[in-house]
Design a protein around this ligand. Structure first.
Ligand code: FAD
Ligand code: NAP
Length: 341
């Protein structure tokens, strides 16, 4: 296993974008699928708890991790087939997501440009079916390969088997912490149809003076919006939106709207309405509030931040307090999008 490195009793502070300082018993960097198999074969009788980590941009650690962290750094971007309409691109799960977007945009392949600048690894993308500006990973997904951490079986999953939902998949539910996603194959469009339904993209393109946008223009617009609105984790620890937007029925929505006419909501799946969790959190007075070493960001109420020395427990307690007050004011439950360990 020449390409792997192993470290013992190490701080995870630089391995999570919240910057929470907890320890893990051991970390191993995985660069090849064959090394993952070999390592798991040799190690399986010794370690019970295992955690797969990519960029650590969607985790909150509330305690030391009593086990082994598998740090995914499996690289590679390869076109495996193409036809008139699509290119099929197999990507090592340890590639950085945004690097893949840049690669696709440079070649004018369409489908993932709205997902520009999302931090983290390609392998974590299917985990919560990453989404932004009206586009989700599942829209360009073809299949993935994942290794079961106990049986070491390498299994392929198609779209249906991944059970993608709104910031959800089978890997965040019944298969949580069971499969190591090793590669993801995408189906990118050679003749892209752009999705600029979100008002922010339209305004940004207008501000850029672009009337006939291409994939690169949309990607640039998304990058500009994100850089102006979102706290950079290198400067202020965070894991993006802490909560998911809740989906409710139309009759629930009508009751809430009667009491809160300004509520921000969008139709999603038939019969369901998505409420903007950030708006509700702001209405509860949390936006910009600093509590100890943590708080809700001044420009993005949905983003909880670490002002320097926050513990994971402190951030999690704030999340629970926010959840409680949203429930008391709106009667709606909001749940974390971030994976809490
Ligand atoms: P990690 O944090 O390392 O892991 C997240 C979870 O996935 C963990 O449970 C981990 O065990 C599991 N996991 C990681 N890799 C694998 C693997 N190979 N196989 C199996 N399980 C695995 N998300 C969005 O959807 N849309 C956004 O627009 C968005 N914007 C963000 C902006 C900021 C500033 C930040 C900090 C985060 C944002 N996120 C967004 C959240 C985050 O970037 C994504 O969820 C991303 O996919 C996480 O990737 P990661 O490699 O950092 O995952
Ligand atoms: P925004 O544009 O201020 O919009 C607020 C909320 O309204 C968003 O959550 C979005 O839902 C929803 N929304 C806005 N326009 C919509 C439309 N035309 N159709 C359906 N829903 C609409 O949001 P923002 O906070 O600045 O984020 C912009 C985009 O980046 C969003 O898509 C958001 O999900 C994504 N983002 C995600 C994270 C994360 O960590 N998950 C972090 C930052 C940004 P959706 O969230 O469902 O799109």
């Amino acid at each position: 296993m020449s390409s792997n490195s192993t470290k013992d009793n190490i701080s995870l502070k630089s391995y999570n974008t919240f910057g929470i300082d907890v320890n893990a018993n051991k970390i191993i960097t995985i660069e090849e699928v064959s090394d993952l198999r070999k390592f798991l074969e040799e190690d399986s009788h010794r370690v019970k708890n295992r955690l797969i980590l990519g960029g650590g941009s969607n985790v909150l650690f509330t305690k030391n991790f009593d086990g082994l962290v598998l740090l995914n750094r499996i690289r590679g971007i390869e076109i495996i087939k193409e036809d008139e309409e699509f290119v099929f691109v197999k990507v090592g799960a340890g590639e950085e997501w945004h690097e893949l977007v840049v690669w696709a945009v440079d070649k004018s392949y369409g489908g993932i440009e709205n997902l520009s600048l999302i931090p983290g690894s390609v392998g974590a993308g299917p985990m919560q079916n990453i989404g932004a500006y009206g586009v989700e990973l599942k829209d360009s997904f073809y299949e993935l390969e994942a290794m079961h951490l106990q049986t070491l079986e390498l299994k392929k999953f198609n779209t249906e088997e991944c059970q993608f939902g709104y910031r959800e998949s089978i890997f965040k539910q019944q298969y949580k912490d069971q499969f190591f996603i090793t590669s993801v194959t995408f189906k990118l469009k050679k003749h892209p149809q752009l999705n600029i339904t979100y008002g922010a993209i339209q305004s940004e393109l207008k501000a850029m003076g672009i009337e006939q946008p291409n994939v690169k223009d949309v990607s640039n617009a998304v990058i500009r919006i994100r850089q102006s609105k979102l706290p950079d984790p290198k400067i202020l620890g965070n894991a993006g939106s802490f909560f998911k937007n809740p989906e409710i029925t139309i009759s629930q929505f009508e009751k809430i709207k009667a009491e809160h006419p300004a509520i921000v909501a969008y139709p999603t799946t038939p019969g369901k309405i998505k409420l903007a969790a950030g708006w509700m959190i702001e209405q509860c007075g949390w936006k910009g509030k600093v509590i100890g070493h943590t708080g809700s960001h001044k420009d993005q109420a949905l983003v909880l931040v670490n002002y320097g020395n926050a513990t994971g427990d402190e951030v999690y307690q704030l999340a629970l307090d926010i959840k409680k007050s949203v429930f008391e004011k709106f009667g709606v439950e909001i749940n974390p999008e971030v994976n809490v360990y």
